[in-house]
Design a protein around this ligand. Sequence first.
Ligand SMILES: Nc1ncnc2c1ncn2[C@@H]1O[C@H](COP(=O)(O)OP(=O)(O)O)[C@@H](O)[C@H]1O
Ligand SMILES: [Mg+2]
Length: 265
Amino acid sequence: MQDSSVHIRVEGLTMAYGDFVIQHDLTFDIRRGDTFVIMGGSGCGKSTLLRHLIGLKEPASGKVFLNGEDLWEVSAERQGEILRNCGVMYQNGALWSSMTLAENVALPLEEYTKLSKREIQELCSLKLALVGLNGFEEYFPSEISGGMRKRAALARAMALDPEILFVDEPSAGLDPISSRNLDELLIHLRESLRTTIVVVTHELPSIFAIATNSVFLDADSRTMLATGDPRELLHSTECAPLVEFLTRKHSLNPDTEGLNERRPQ
Ligand SMILES: Nc1ncnc2c1ncn2[C@@H]1O[C@H](COP(=O)(O)OP(=O)(O)O)[C@@H](O)[C@H]1O
Ligand SMILES: [Mg+2]
């Protein structure tokens, strides 16, 4: 029996495009209620790992379990049911530009529920309020800022009350303040809705702000070098690529600078 606190289990996962192995032998658990960060440098395979967790790509070998069910052992119908409990905000998770924010959020509700038009309308307002966009129902994506668009995309990902929310590079293209607001929103969602959140990011300020657990993917060795709370890893790890990643100077801001100063030499 699998420990019920484990929400997602990745076991001996090897990911490949054709013969080209992106990452091999990944084994880690994502616990219920974690904000789990998939971290690593550009091109190491973070988005590819996310695609494996949401059933878009089949493992070359190894297994992915959601709530104890092997995603690739179950029937296609069961896989669909399992994945309906997952909300996803893609890296370029653009909203439909010809639709208002409310219409964008309504899409998954129209597709997967039998709710009336009025109920869907009410739910859309509720979801937009959840991400701080109450009153913006009738706005078009082009009429709001980049940070607001990301929040609207998050509202759409949350439309069906997912048990697990997957977010790929939430702060890509955002200024530091919008990026921080989005981090705070993710923390708020975890605390208020107890959603398990899986975030792909290489941004240090975000990693230290939101992560309760993580996995570090290394591009050179093409495997994971560590899993754990990044703040603890920062103080405990002896692994050179991870130390280098977590103490990069170029993406430091005052928040993470403090962390580096506390690091034992
Ligand atoms: N559809 C694909 N076909 C072949 N190779 C791909 C595909 N998508 C990504 N890759 C390659 O896989 C590696 C990891 O990509 P990706 O998961 O997007 O990295 P990250 O998200 O960490 O930046 C890169 O070398 C990339 O070129
Ligand atoms: Mg990526």
